[in-house]
Design a protein around this ligand. Structure first.
Ligand SMILES: C[S@@+](CC[C@H](N)C(=O)[O-])C[C@H]1O[C@@H](n2cnc3c(N)ncnc32)[C@H](O)[C@@H]1O
Length: 398
């Protein structure tokens, strides 16, 4: 028994993400299995310790190391194994060595960095990303303190105050209740550039994790069936943020005519979109107003409806209908599709964050069908990504 345990443990200990290149479902399956295993092995005391005592301070330490410029300097200096004293000198702010020692000891114990000996640490690929300012990781870390954590901590009292009714009203959301400004999530982002940057940074990291939509939807047919001489664009990305999805489309179809792709979003959000191409036009537009671009081949909305409950979503959808050309224009909605059972932590996590931030939710296929049918569309097909997390719902006017 002892021998077989050791053999299994060594085998498990040898796995790395590179073993799963080209096999994303296999990697995810092993993570799920490992999580189940940990959950079976841990006692209730270990579980509650992690929830109450480990996870909050783990984040706090990551944030402190960001604030003192340690991550940045460690990354810029090329990483490498260092002593605690060397790391204290590397930081941009004066930090007591023993304070840093205690902070790093936790991150070593949780494998955020690698403990290589007494008072010695090596960065991991993950910790190096915290200091890589060519990525949005630093902003994504700050978003936790500015948005997600205070909002989550407020949820129990908000739900008690609202007698445990499902939050569905964007004007009376947990987020508005949680912060002194009493603003909705998007309005509070607009009120302070740091809040907007945190949101955009997190969105970017999330976008890099989500599967590029042309990988699971046949965009070649979309382009082949487009009348590019009509003067109308090929694709309008409504609520397209800084253009991640349009850029992925452009990678697949680099020869589309200039101006044939349009990103619509709030003016202040588009001000931070930096796309160096004449193929894409930026157009400030609120999706609560009628769609101004008529006759586009496709109207694409990703991660939009999960921000809104039924009524506002219906309004967004109805605002596009007069702009669509029957038999030609397509509505492409890309969002999580919650399976009837066995939803992943990714799907359930986003669902509850949408509750916490926006009085909104992720939808099952049945809820998608109802929403789109009620708005006046017919669903042609739901194309699922290969993780089974998100679907692209292809629809036309009913
Ligand atoms: C969750 S993000 C999704 C962004 C992008 N589609 C993606 O999936 O990466 C929601 C987007 O809706 C935008 N938004 C919020 N209110 C809006 C409005 N009234 N009109 C247009 N865009 C809005 C936000 O600025 C943000 O870019």
């Amino acid at each position: 028994m002892g021998d077989s345990y050791s053999a299994v443990i060594s085998k498990l200990d040898a796995f790395t993400a590179t073993d799963f290149e080209g096999n994303e479902p296999g990697r995810l399956q092993l993570i799920t299995t490992a999580r189940k295993l940990v959950s079976r092995l841990e006692t209730r005391h270990e579980k509650i310790f992690n929830i109450d005592f480990r996870n909050p301070v783990e984040y706090a330490v990551i944030r402190v190391c960001l604030d003192i410029g340690l991550w940045r300097q460690w990354t810029v200096g090329g990483g490498g194994e260092k002593t605690v004293e060397e790391l204290a000198k590397l930081a941009e702010k004066d930090i007591e060595v023993n304070l840093l020692r205690r902070l790093l000891r936790l991150l070593g114990a949780t494998y955020i960095i690698e403990e290589t000996g007494e008072d010695r640490y090596k960065p991991t690929e993950f910790s190096l990303s915290f200091g890589d300012e060519s990525t949005t990781m630093p902003s994504a870390i700050i978003a936790m303190s500015d948005h997600w954590s205070p909002a989550s901590m407020n949820l129990p009292s908000f739900l008690a105050k609202t007698s445990y009714r499902e939050p569905l009203d964007p004007k009376n959301s947990n987020y508005i209740d949680a912060f002194p400004e009493k603003l909705s999530f998007f309005d509070r982002c607009l009120s302070n550039q740091r809040y907007q940057d945190g949101f955009s940074g997190f969105m970017m990291e999330w976008s890099l994790y989500r599967i590029s939509w042309p990988e699971f939807y046949d965009t070649t047919e979309l382009v082949a069936g487009a009348d590019l001489n009509s003067g109308a664009p090929l694709l309008v990305d409504i609520g397209g943020h800084h253009g991640h999805d349009i850029s992925n489309f452009l990678k697949e179809h680099p020869d589309v005519p200039a101006g044939s792709l349009v990103i619509q979003d709030l003016e202040a959000v588009l001000a931070d979109a930096h796309l160096d191409t004449d193929k894409v036009k930026l157009m400030p537009h609120s999706f609560f107003e009628p769609q101004p671009i008529h006759g586009s081949r496709a109207y694409f909305l990703r991660g939009i409806f999960h921000d809104w409950a039924y009524e506002p979503s219906l309004q967004i959808l109805k605002n596009i209908i007069p702009a669509m050309k029957k038999g030609y224009s397509k509505l492409l909605v890309c969002d999580v599709v919650i399976p009837p059972s066995g939803a992943s932590t990714f799907q359930t996590g986003i669902d509850l964050n949408m509750m916490t931030l926006l009085s909104a939710y992720e939808r099952t296929e049945a809820l998608w069908r109802k929403l789109l049918n009620d708005a006046g569309y017919k669903i042609i097909k739901i194309w699922m990504d290969h993780k089974g997390y998100e679907g692209l719902i292809e629809a036309e006017l009913a």
